[in-house]
Design a protein around this ligand. Structure first.
Ligand code: ADP
Length: 275
């Protein structure tokens, strides 16, 4: 596939959105969505004057509705634009709002691209030769739009990076070799398409036994830090493997919102301050 670089005419900003930050991972299950949700909340918590949105383009396994405790379909504005759903002060859009929870997203290729295009943009203008009748998203005015990407380096990732100007990418990995190998591929992809990489988040970096306080590096120690050195990238921070992170995600009460004074929430707040 031909790769278009930043600034080419195909790239158009999303109306009303100042900065787009993508959260990516090479591999599934490493905590990308958990990081995206808590990063969005932490960006808003660090500066209450900033409006933050969250877009889930993980079309095959959208997790944002559950993690943000949101159900239902977006309302349509008078001008037929979809209004994002709102919770904890964050404007959210997800493929999960547009398809039944139990329905598998079996779309492929062009249909997925078209769905993403709709989630990203407002109505086409006449200049874009559009009819203006398609339903798109009214993001309002946002300082940050955090985008939860699908894992890996496939067509969806390329389409997003080619179609909108991205301020930066946050790459999430566990310290485990197999996750790091894929994180490296993700970093290489962003470099090829000239998307600045803000840094790596090392998730599940350590587990501390709540009883005896012994610390165990279940997925290995400091793997993401070593990778960051090799690739000349920053490490934005470490997030421990912690029951509260898993439980608060599963119950739709993300830790930065529900336990802002916890050490784990503070780890996300520090990462947001680096972004
Ligand atoms: P991905 O988006 O990379 O597929 P998720 O964010 O959905 O990964 O996380 C996968 C699972 O791991 C979820 O059940 C989530 O609650 C859990 N999880 C993610 N990060 C942590 C963490 N630091 N501590 C405990 N559980 C975590």
């Amino acid at each position: 596939m031909q790769i278009m670089s930043r600034g080419l005419p195909k790239q158009k900003p999303i109306e009303g959105v100042k900065q787009v930050i993508v959260v990516a991972s090479g591999k599934g299950g490493v905590g990308k969505s958990t990081t995206a949700v808590n990063l969005a909340l932490a960006l808003a918590a660090n500066d209450s004057s900033k409006a933050v949105g969250l877009l889930d383009v993980d079309v095959y396994g959208p997790s944002i509705p559950k993690m943000m405790n949101l159900k239902g379909s977006p309302e349509l504005s008078q001008s037929n634009l979809m209004r994002p759903l709102l919770n904890y002060g964050i404007a959210c859009m997800s493929m999960g709002f547009l398809v039944e929870e139990t329905a598998p997203v079996v779309w492929r290729g062009l249909m997925v691209m078209s769905a993403i295009e709709k989630l990203l943009r407002q109505r086409r203008t006449n200049r874009d030769h559009g009819t203006g009748e398609e339903q798109r998203v009214d993001w309002g005015q946002l300082n940050y739009l955090v985008v939860d990407m699908p894992p890996g380096t496939g067509d969806v990732q390329l389409s997003v990076t080619q179609n909108i100007p991205i301020s930066g990418a946050v790459i999430v990995s566990t310290p485990q070799d197999i996750a790091l190998m894929d994180a490296r591929k993700g970093a290489e992809m962003f470099r090829k398409v000239h998307v600045p990489i803000l840094g790596l988040v090392q998730n599940m970096s350590v587990f501390q036994c709540p009883k005896c306080k012994q610390r165990t590096h279940i997925f290995g120690a400091d793997g993401a830090r070593r990778l960051a050195r090799t690739l000349d990238l920053d490490v934005l921070g470490d997030i421990p493997l912690h029951l509260n992170i898993r439980e608060t995600s599963d119950t739709g009460q993300p830790i930065v919102f529900s336990q802002p004074e916890s050490d784990e929430a503070k780890a996300y707040l520090r990462i947001a301050a680096e972004v």
